[in-house]
Design a binder for this molecule. Structure first.
Ligand SMILES: NS(=O)(=O)c1ccc(O)c(NC(=O)NCCCCO)c1
Ligand SMILES: [Zn+2]
Length: 258
């Protein structure tokens, strides 16, 4: 089964998931000098219902918060998107130390972690159907940087980690509006790419926020206290669950800002 170790990691995913060698893979390295400012890009808007939050779980590969996406309850619209995309889940990728952990790399900078808010286009019926469409999924990516003024909003997710230490553990996670995690600026980069995990379907419009949010080193340590093993297996820390940047293959990255 795929993972992030040397025997089942990103360099070998293509053996079982051929899409991993596609021309529109994610993440990518973004070099500001190659980015095209697109003045026609509008601003994006999230209208999330805190009541849609359901559970938080450790699936052995990430920590994920799941939302009710059975109707247009929490949606993202605008920016590069046409129509309203439903929020389905959010999860994170992080490193074994503060110096790396993000999937996208910005002008050579790797952040300590990257938070993904995953939305899908209901015009394709359901999430499984959306995975087969180029405009099926939209993921907002937020970079986490270790700093001195950590955002209190991350506290809620990190407090819950105590209850989901090992793979398969799940806990109720109610009354949570993830838009509190957004940074002040709405500036973003956007490009067309894929899931950063197998099967790596190329159905994602990526919306990467330029301004990172701050977390404390203790908060990062909390994230790294998660285990990828089940309860009665040998302890194996859940860290470095990030895919390295993939070939751009001629894709254009657009910026909403100058
Ligand atoms: N990183 S991403 O492109 O935003 C992304 C968005 C939605 C996803 O579902 C995945 N994949 C995922 O969560 N895989 C780990 C557990 C699979 C269960 O074995 C990745
Ligand atoms: Zn992700």
């Amino acid at each position: 089964v795929w993972g992030y170790d040397s025997d089942n990691g990103p360099e070998r995913w293509h053996e079982n998931y051929p899409l991993a060698k596609g021309d529109k893979q994610s993440p990518i390295e973004i070099n500001s000098k190659d980015v095209q400012h697109d003045s026609s890009l509008s601003s994006w808007h999230a209208s999330y219902d805190p009541g849609a939050a359901k559970t938080i779980l450790n699936n052995g590969r990430t920590c994920r918060v799941v939302f009710d996406d059975t109707f247009d309850r929490s949606v993202l619209r605008g920016g590069p998107l046409s129509g309203a995309y439903r929020l389905r889940q959010l999860h994170l990728h992080w490193g074994s130390c503060d110096q790396h952990g993000s999937e996208h790399v910005i002008d050579g900078v790797k952040y300590a972690a990257e938070l993904h808010m995953v939305h899908w286009n209901p015009k394709h019926g359901n999430f499984a159907g959306a995975l087969k469409q180029p405009d099926g999924v939209a993921v907002v990516g937020i970079f986490l940087k270790v700093g001195q003024t950590p955002k209190p909003e991350m506290k809620r997710i990190l407090e819950e980690i105590e209850n989901i230490k090992t793979k398969g553990k799940e806990a109720p996670f109610l009354h949570f509006d993830p838009s509190i995690l957004f940074p002040k600026s709405r500036d973003y980069w956007t490009y067309h790419g894929s899931f950063t995990t197998p099967p790596c379907e190329e159905c994602i419009t990526w919306i990467l926020l330029r301004e990172p949010i701050e977390v404390s080193s203790d908060q990062m340590a909390k994230l790294r206290s998660l285990s990828k093993n089940s309860e009665n297996e040998p302890v194996s820390p859940l860290v470095d669950n990030w895919r390295p940047p993939q070939p751009l293959k001629g894709r254009i990255v657009r910026a909403s800002f100058k």
